[in-house]
Structures are given as structure tokens and as C-alpha cells.
Design a protein. Sequence first.
Length: 434
Amino acid sequence: MAKIGFVSLGCPKALVDSEQILSRLKALGYETSPSYEEAELVIVNTCGFINEAVEESLEAIGEALKENGKVVVTGCLGARPEKIRERHPQVLAITGPGEVERVLEAVQEVLPAPRDPFLDLIPPQVKLTPRHYAYVKLSEGCDHRCSFCIIPKLRGRLRSRDAADVLAEAARLVATGTKELLLVAQDLSAYGVDLGHRESFFGDRLVRAELKDLLTHMAELGAWIRLHYVYPYPHVKDLLPLMAEGKVLPYLDVPLQHASERILRLMRRPGGYESHLKTLKAWREVVPELALRSTFIVGFPGETEEDFQILLDFLEEAELDRVGVFAYSPVEGAEANRLPDHVPEEVKEERKARLLELQARVSLRKNQRFVGKTLEVLVDELPEPGLAVGRTYRDAPGVDGVVYVETDGTVRVGERIPVRITRADTYDLHGVQA
């Protein structure tokens, strides 16, 4: 039986690509290997968004070549093959993101398929996440032209999936034990625009390739539904009633990036201090318990101390539940590289530290409001008898906080349990099973 090693780097969207590649390989009769030594070939799914990710990907390719020798490269960095060949000319093949068929062709040139897939039952989809949650990609690519980003160059323009295709995948996942569906795209709120929001049949029903219609039907599956990477378009307000009705988790991951209008214009991003606050206020009026996550860039070219202070003031007033922050990193091919007045590295790091210090205070203050309340918690781990680690509606896996729960010892991973919160830390909560 031919064995394939696999290294998956990057964001949840890349993770979905990895799952698709592994599922197709399994259908062809290949097995996966947990070690370089046992593998007959290694696939590295790369990230190429920022310089640190590029370097991590190149190092991973180098390690795979050193330990195994036969390497096929795919993913975002694969859209820049010259970058890979310059460092690692001996790789067998390079494909871009989402090019599953080309990956399969490259593998089969070296290791012919062990069986004829038409003569065997197709195995179930391979998942790289735990059984009880899964990422579902609604679209590929992006039509935005943010000056700091090269995703459209790497992954192309927006290409949405038909609603019936998405719902069929979600239904399969829920039927096999998935309790939380995390919907991802480069821009989730643009879903279906490229399709003209066309309809497709899911069972005996027509469903539009439009986010609200899709979510309305997906909610019938009974799983938690979490939305990632939602741009603050006006039509996002149409999703809020679904959250207020309990059909979709009251959680939005909105990449605001900054609060200074001047810096946002340089980024080619919408909004600013006042418009951001107005939008968040309007959302919270409909869904008071709404959890908001966002990411910000500090030290963008031209960012002054005044611009940065506007961002700090915004975060103090906005009271976001979860915040990620990046010091600006020049990305090869990004238009922002040509902007004047680049910020010194030490200033970037100092501003990042100040922002994180402020947000830590905000996060603790918000967490303390849940002490004494009872929240539903999805159990992710059982590290020891009587202790569970899980997440509330406010917590996406891997990026947000967790809840440490004293239990009666009978709970299982993937179960949703009521938890009375007894203590709050800066990012995590503690409680007892209610």
C-alpha cells in the first residue's frame, strides 16, 4: 500500500484544501503516513500570505526533502513557484492553491494509484479536525484589492460554491457526528455574488447562493454555525435575526484592520473610527450578546502615533470580545510596499505590545461579566477525570479562549453541557457543570 506523508500549513481555508486532497488520495487507495520515514512521498500544503509564513513553508519543504527526498508542493506559496525553486530546485512538482487534480497527477506520476477507484467504494471524507467540529469553505478567492494583501494573486477572484453543494457537505458532516460548522471564506459576506445568487436544488427545495438563505436552511441541521471573515457590509444586518433566534451562533469574525480613516484609505479598506462604532452599536442593538472578533495591523506604512492612538481609543470604546494583532510585514508583490514612511520595526513591536496590553484589560473586563451566569459549552477535551475543556459561543477553536469545567465525570467530547461560570481570567473562563 503506497503511503503519503502530509504537512498542512496556513489558515482554515488551507486546512479544507488539505482535507480535500487527502480524501481524494484515500479514494485512490493511498494511505497516509505519520512519519517521513514510512512515507514514499510527502505533500506540503504551504502558506504564502506574509513573509513569516513564506519562510515557515520553505523550511517545512526543506525538512521534508531532508527527511524523505520526494516532495510535492501545493498551496498559496505554490502560486509563486520561482520562490520555491530558488530555494528547493529538487521538489518533484509545484501546484497552486485548490489545484487538487494537479496534486493527484503529480503524486501518481511517482506512485501509481494502488487501485481503480471505480471498482471500490469511495471512502468517507478525510477530516483534519476533531470529529465534533469542521470547517466548511463557501468560496475560493477574493475580489478585494487591499494594498497589504496578495490573496487575489495567489487564489484568484471570488468563486462561490452552489448552495446545494455546501448544504450537502454540511448534512454529511452533521450525520457523522459534527456538532459545529465553521463557515470560512476570504470574504464570507460576498458569498454568491459571482453566481448572481443563483438557485440550486437541495433535496426538493431551491436554495439561493446567498448567505442568509443558506444559513436559514443549514440551521435546520441542528449544529452550531459559526461565521468567520465577515466584511462589515450593510447587508450583514440581515443575518442578525438568525442569531437572535438561536439559528446561528451570535459570533462574528470581522477583519476591521484599523480605526484611523487615513490608514484605512491607504489599506484600501472601508470604514473608520466613527463608522466602525456605529456599525457595532447597530448590531448589538439587535443581538445584545453578540461576540465580536477582529484583527488589526499596527505599524502600517505611514502610521503615526496619532493614527495608532485612534486605534487604541477605538478598542477601548468598542469592547471587542476577541482581538488579534499583527505588526505590519511587507508581503512580496503587495502594493503597500511602495508606500512611503515605513515604520521602524522597534516601533511596530512597541505599538503591538501596547495594543495587546489594552485589549487584555478589555478582555478581562468582558469575561468577568459572565461570572455567575450559566453558558452552554461544547466539550473539546477531557484531559483528566472530572475536568473538561470546552468552548462557548464566544470561542472559535484555536484562536479564542476556552472554558475549564469541573464535571461529574460522565460528559463526552462533542457534548454540549450547561456550565455555571465561577471565575474569569484574561482570556479563559472557569466553571462547574450545572
